[in-house]
Design a protein around this ligand. Structure first.
Ligand code: UDP
Length: 313
């Protein structure tokens, strides 16, 4: 039975990854300091054979007994509101945390997969974004704490690969949605769905002409698992190339929730990327991966989850 460690395993993506790995026959050690993760996301796994949760801040030394085959480094605040509220923790987990987790991978001779992000491309000057683009990031802006932490994490990962021969992989994750996102995490999917379900106006930032491309969580994890079990090292984009404006997205949420409240406009946050769409040629060709879940199907599942969260049934 392969042993996998998932850092950030009580978060949105990390908890789904724990589920997937257990389903694939791995035993899973889930590490999380719970600053943005939540044990509610893994409570269905409590007591399950092959699953262990350890509350731990991975910026501190990590001691684990026994062999480890795979390490998935997913620990980080990941929504703009979270990393604006937790700027130093965000930088620390990307830098010190990645260093510690790579050290663990080296000591255990484990394969290491870094959850990186489309934010490494910043406010991109090429469109769609492919992996050879170096990005357009403002290091001193409010989003810089996340973008630069992840860019440093990528550099550190490559350094461990080159200097210590650690078997590393880097995935660049584009906007992903699904059950277990926090209703109040500030990202656009829970924000709009929450507003729609509460009968409040949907708050579009800027004029809503900025674009994003939304990937359903199960598709994303399929791509990540394929990368982890391939001989590719990346970086490799995983995301859904179906791009739309945020205004169109707000209309979609209104239609799917039957909301009648209007759309209101607020100031665009500083350095909010104007466009974003993954070029997934590499994932298609090297991993045989493409997203399968269309936006409407994925959103319906997600809206049902949020209905329970806001007290609707
Ligand atoms: N956004 C919005 N209203 C909200 C939350 C976000 O219009 O209540 C916009 C935000 O300005 C951005 C897009 O939706 O252009 C996606 O934002 P999110 O926070 O989900 O993630 P990002 O892609 O910016 O990292």
């Amino acid at each position: 039975m392969p042993v996998s460690v998932v850092t950030g395993g009580a978060g949105f993506l990390g908890s789904h990854l724990c589920d997937l790995l257990l389903a694939k026959g791995h035993s899973v050690i889930c590490l999380d300091n719970l600053i943005t993760g939540n044990t509610a996301n893994i409570e269905h796994l409590a007591g399950r054979e092959g699953f262990k949760f350890i509350k731990h801040d991975v910026t501190e030394y990590i001691y684990l007994q026994g062999p480890v085959d795979f390490i998935f480094h997913f620990a980080s605040p990941a929504s703009p509101i979270d990393y604006l509220e937790l700027p130093i923790q965000t930088l620390k987990v990307g830098a010190l945390g990645t260093h510690k987790v790579l050290g663990l991978a080296r000591a255990k001779k484990a394969r290491f997969l870094l959850a990186s992000t489309s934010e490494v491309y910043g406010d991109p000057l090429i469109h769609p974004q492919n992996e050879s683009y170096w990005g357009n990031v403002n290091p001193v802006g409010p989003r810089g704490v996340y973008d630069e932490a992840k860019r440093f994490a990528e550099a550190m990962t490559m350094a461990y690969r080159r200097a210590h021969g650690v078997d590393t992989k880097i995935v660049r994750i584009f906007n992903t949605y699904g059950p277990r996102m926090r209703l109040k995490d500030g990202r656009v999917v829970p924000a709009f769905v929450g507003e729609a379900l509460r009968g409040e106006p949907l708050t579009v930032f800027g004029d809503g002409s900025q674009t994003r491309s939304f990937c359903y969580v199960a598709d994303l994890l399929d791509g990540i698992y394929r990368l982890a079990t391939s001989e590719e090292s990346g970086p490799i984009n995983i995301g859904n190339p179906a791009e739309m404006t945020i205004r169109q997205f707000a209309e979609t949420i209104r239609r799917l929730t039957g909301a009648s409240a209007p759309i209101v406009y607020r100031d665009l946050p500083v350095d909010d990327p104007k466009v974003r769409q993954p070029d997934i040629t590499k994932a298609r060709e090297l991993l045989g991966w493409a997203p399968k879940v269309d936006l409407e199907t994925g959103l319906k599942i997600t809206i049902d989850y949020f209905k329970k969260q806001v007290g609707h049934v």
